[in-house]
Write a protein that binds this ligand. Structure first.
Ligand SMILES: [Zn+2]
Length: 467
């Protein structure tokens, strides 16, 4: 597109490579040519397959970007105005209606990373943002700097609308971001044991009302396997992954849902916005573990790796974090929003559990702790309790200690049972056992591998056969 335009205006250079090299040097002759308004006949755009109406503005923005110094991430960015070339005569030639701003971001290898073509909104009375959760830097990139912001609804009103008219309630599990979009992230933040516990627990509490899950694509099959294990039919029809969540309606009437983990977009998205907004921040890196900083294949020869937690450094690090948070929130909020999509329809309500704190706070009604994954000895004590509807600490200890070389302490059984009571699934009767010992019994079903601390829900189930 750019080279077609360079040829059309008979610029000093006509290939992309030469153009990039000379633009970096800031050649005046080239600058004059690309910044001059050139007459162009509509036929050029119609007949030339390489032609594009944005070509003049993009060429100018690319020149301006490359001839200005790079930021700390070695990106160049600049903006050029684009007056819409209309192929028909129109009366409204007011630039406020027909002008856009074209911004480009180019990396150190002269690759165009990003192009924004945003309308001039100076004449707009209002801009309404629908169903989107941009960070403020992203918002400004898309609508400009000079709009006054007014909230249409208070946070309280939005929350009440969501809960009472839309019928969507959201419970957040734990308070970590839990990205799982890359192999590294899955290894460190997915935690399959905890996910398995949540799935078993939801099925225990909600039975067939729970069958719909959203998980990152890298773990989707593993999650389907867990769902199969708790006898959810056709689990491959009842999962979605992050990234395909937009505009899908299959979960809209499901009463219960589970969204686990988030995905990260990679740094490029953040770095492009930083460059376009002229913000000063760089990704936080550490020395490569494999080569200690001298450069190897795993770190691409740079000697550096992205630090855990994906933080940023520099004066505008907080803005960079805001962009990343906004992007994560956008995906997670969209995922949570797959449920309860029939506002006002009688009886359609959804309760969605979301295991990442990247969801926007305004969507969250309650936060509960990370799930309890039973350890081996805890599991043995709980299994014993399942088989013996009333038991004492001593009986349990003696009943399970032969399974472990190191034995089992009575105190550890006590701790396990105490935790069950705190989770709302067991009770203790004082002095009713042999020799005046306390007896313990389960009052609700306990999932196989762990438990989620939500005593109100756990107790809600009437005492059932714990087996
Ligand atoms: Zn290395």
């Amino acid at each position: 597109m750019v080279t077609a335009w360079l040829k059309h205006i008979d610029a000093y250079v006509k290939t992309w490579e030469e153009f990039a090299v000379l633009a970096r040097e800031g050649l005046d002759r080239l600058e004059d040519t690309v910044e001059t308004d050139h007459d162009v006949e509509p036929e050029w755009f119609i007949k030339n397959t390489e032609a594009h109406t944005l070509a003049p503005a993009i060429t100018e923005a690319v020149y301006k970007a490359l001839s200005s110094p790079p930021d700390d991430n070695e990106r160049h960015s600049a903006t050029a105005p684009h007056d819409l070339t209309r192929l028909e005569e129109i009366n409204a030639n007011d630039f406020r209606y027909s002008r856009t701003r074209v911004t480009v971001v180019i990396d150190k290898d002269n690759r165009v990373q990003k192009v924004w073509n945003t309308p001039e909104l100076g004449n707009a009375r209002s801009v309404i943002c629908l169903d989107a959760w941009p960070s403020m830097p992203e918002f400004h990139q898309n609508v400009g700097e000079n709009l006054e912001l007014k909230k249409l609804m208070t946070e309280g009103e939005r929350e009440r609308w969501r809960r009472f008219e839309r019928g969507l309630e959201v419970v957040q599990i734990g308070d970590s971001a839990r990205p799982a979009g890359s192999e590294y992230a899955v290894k460190h933040y997915f935690n399959s044991e905890e996910v398995r516990v949540v799935i078993e627990w939801l099925r225990t509490i909600f039975d067939e009302d729970f069958r719909a899950v959203i998980a990152p694509s890298r773990v989707e099959e593993e999650v389907q396997e867990m769902m199969r294990h708790v006898e959810i039919e056709d689990p491959d029809e009842w999962t979605m992954h992050h990234g395909e969540e937009k505009s899908r309606g299959e979960f809209s009437e499901e009463p219960v849902g589970f969204v686990t983990n988030c995905i990260d977009p990679g740094d490029d998205y953040v770095l492009d916005l930083l460059a376009a907004q002229g913000l000063d921040a760089t990704p936080h890196t550490v020395d490569c573990r494999d080569c200690g900083g001298s450069g190897c294949q795993k770190c691409g020869g740079t000697g550096e790796r992205r630090a855990r937690g994906r933080g940023f450094e520099g004066p505008d690090a907080d803005k960079a974090q805001e962009i990343l948070d906004g992007l994560r929130a956008n995906h997670t909020n969209q995922c949570v929003g797959r449920w309860a999509r029939k506002p006002g329809q009688e009886g359609v309500r959804s309760l969605v559990f979301v295991r990442t704190d990247t969801v926007d706070d305004i969507l969250v009604d309650k936060t509960i702790p990370d799930p309890w994954v039973f350890g081996d000895k805890q599991q043995a004590a709980i299994d014993y309790l399942r088989k013996h509807p009333k038991t004492t600490l001593k009986e349990t200890k003696e009943g399970i200690e032969t399974q472990f070389d190191s034995g089992v302490a009575k105190e550890s059984v006590r701790e396990t049972f105490k935790k069950l009571i705190e989770h709302g699934v067991a009770e203790r009767s004082e002095g009713t056992g042999a020799y005046g010992a306390d007896e313990y019994r389960l009052t609700s079903s306990v999932p196989e591998h762990g438990l989620v601390k939500y005593p109100e829900l756990n107790r809600r189930k009437s005492p059932t056969d714990p087996l």
